[in-house]
Every structure is written in C-alpha cells, then in structure tokens.
Design a protein around this ligand. Sequence first.
Ligand code: MD6
Ligand code: FE
Length: 214
Amino acid sequence: MMQPDMFACARSEVGLGPGAVLLGGFALDEAEALLAEIAPLAAISPFRHMTTRSGGRLAVAMFNCGETGWISDGRGYRYQSTDPQTGDRWPALPPRFLDLAARAAAAARYPGFVPDACLVNRYDAQTRLSLHQDMDERDHDAPIVSVSLGLSAAFLWGGLTRSDRPRRHPVHHGDVVVWGGPSRMIFHGVDSVEKGTHPATGPWRYNLTFRKAR
Ligand code: MD6
Ligand code: FE
C-alpha cells in the first residue's frame, strides 16, 4: 500500500559527521501539529527548571513524555519512570511523536527506532545549553533524534572530547538532527536562541529530544 509518509523528506540534508545528519525542514509540514501536542502534555507534567547536583538550576525548562524520563536533581542525572514533581508516571508519548521520530531516524539510516523517552525542552532567547554528551541512556546503540520548533538557534556540534572546538549550525522551525553510531557521544549544545517572536511559538524555542533510554 502507498503510504504518504514514505515521501516525507528533508528539504536539505547536511552531514554533521559519520552517522549524524541535520534534516532541514523534515518536520515542517507537521510542526504545528507537534506543537499542539505540547500543552496537553504539559498539563500533566508541567515545564520546570530542574536543579543540579551542585545546587544550580537548569536554564532550559523541561518535562518528559514516554515510559521513562530524564531528570536532574541533587543526586545527579538519571532516568526514571515517574515525574518527581507529580509522583505519577510521565504522560505517554503521543503517536504523532513516535511516528515522526521513527521516520526521521529511518531517513538518517537508523531503521526501527522506537524511543521510550522524549524530553521536551523550552528555551527563551536568554537560554543556552552548554556542551555536553547525552550519556545517561542505557542503550547507546540507538540514535538521538532532536526536533527544533519555534525560534531558531545555533546548534553547537563538537567532537568526542570536550576540548574539540564546536561548529555552529543554525537550526530552524521544523529541522531535525539525528546522531548515532560513531557520533552518538559527540559533545553538543545550544547557543544563542534568536530574539523575537515566532508565529507558531511566540517567545519560545521548543526542542523534542527522543531517546531509547533503557
Ligand atoms: C537542542 N538539546 O535543544 C538539543 N540534551 O537542540 C539537547 O541536546 C539536550 O535539551 C540533554 C538534555 C536536554 C537537552
Ligand atoms: Fe543533549
């Protein structure tokens, strides 16, 4: 049977390194529908600024959906199946999220990607995310799929050591970055979210980061 989704494509593809690609505009057609999922999820598990082991506060506001979710608190970083703020399970991953993540991963040559966690991040123009590796997941064979919505930002793409000087790649509404394989542990971050107002999100940049965590 012909499936319209089979024709989902990136309007531009930029290779970031082995096993890593920026799929420009991949989620553009469905960006508004993805955004419409966020408010009902946030009504269950609200956006919050998590604390860090050292007593700091994460600048990015976050919550999770999926069977498990990434958290930070005075004990450090980890995944857990319940929201520490509500005591309940994280809201379920919407089918539309799962479908997009799988299609983007397949387009980046990672077929069969079934994430169990989606971290929903919210940035304003003052928010930066310093260079880091995503390393709290048990499964490092699966890729990371990262969807940008709303205000544009500079995505920092470094190397396998913290001291590698990062490149800056603009990421816009509807862009998807997928990294895995030899690039799974690349240092990455977010610099300089654009100031202003986006027609779909107002003052915010949202990012959906899909992982297979366990
Ligand atoms: C981005 N975000 O917002 C990429 N990683 O484009 C991340 O790499 C990220 O937002 C770990 C925890 C939160 C994040
Ligand atoms: Fe990350």
